[in-house]
Design a protein around this ligand. Sequence first.
Ligand code: EZ4
Ligand code: CO
Length: 402
Amino acid sequence: MKIVDAKVIVTCPGRNFVTIKIITEDGIYGIGDATLNGRELAVASYLADHLIPCLIGRDAGQIEDIWQFFYRGAYWRGGPVGMTALAAIDVALWDIKAKAANMPLYQLLGGRSRSGVMVYGHANGNTVEETVEEVGRYIDMGYKAIRAQTGVPGLASTYGVSKDKLFYEPADADLPTENEWDTARYLEHVPTLFRTLRDTYGYDRHLLHDVHHRLTPIEAGRLGKDLEPFRLFWLEDAVSAELQEGFRLIRQHTTTPLAVGEVFASIHNCHQLITEQLIDYIRTTIVHGGGISHIRRIAHLAELYHVRTGFHGATDLSPITMGAALHFDTWVPNFGIQEYMRHTPETDEVFPHDYTFEDGYLIVGDTPGHGVDINEELAAKYEYERAYLPVNRLSDGTMFNW
Ligand code: EZ4
Ligand code: CO
């Protein structure tokens, strides 16, 4: 089945999404998500100018060979832009293969391992009281697991806290806005949130928290220890993970489970974290980690070392990534949890899909392929709008991690 055409579709139904559509000689097509938040056009160009010309004429069925051609065959390999582009091609090819086999994608991967995929939603508020109320809304919606973020007293804004509750969108301006950070205030405040949440709702639901790379290992050890009585499902991105062995220090000090990896581009960013059992959940996801063909290598390595999956699933990962991830989650033996931030109705209209939310779980449909399509006519109506994630400074002006 020869690839006869491929194109990049950029659309902005409330936020930017980049999609590749690959078309074969017999008319079967597949789509893949290529969205890299705040760097969308770099991936669009990388695909259109450098990868698509090499794709035309190849056999769409040779997914592995095409993957190796673009990864091993390239002198400049890896990186978030390159691996996102490669992921988009890979997912589109798996979509084609599953459609050609007339099977939902999870069947090609090895079949169903569970009836539904447990997801967690994002509750956030400016104050502890507001966040507690928001967590209650998620409980009422049926969520079994909820991430809780709260504003820090004395700081004008905090990551993870937004005006729009159900559709949290961090890429909020056409040039980066600046946030202010104070570690001491944060470390004092967060345990209060989780104490209040457990006092209010008990221990029935899973609670998660995202530190967003703001701490050093010893600070993270302290936070993990302070949060131990509240039994977090995980503490996410406690420190930035360029230094993988830095997690040893956190591990020595706390039994709070650790998750990391949403910004990783490949297995080489996490092999030590996994093989030294320094983390409990790996968050690297299909769209930013080289596609299904590469993520399954990470998942298999993780399985050997008691590490489970917990894929990133924020709004900047398009419904195509959500669909592909849900097929993967439905199959993967060492599944942990899946992040799920709802897309806006405008986005859902551009990307019709057959997964559904039921009682805290997402359920994949049985449509052949990954079950997500794109309405190109509608997509064309929403023009790209430049949007950046914020940056972050300490109170004295020093640049810090966002
Ligand atoms: O900041 O997806 O766990 N979720 C997150 C997200 C990320 C955005 C970045 O594009 O940390 O909100
Ligand atoms: Co995160």
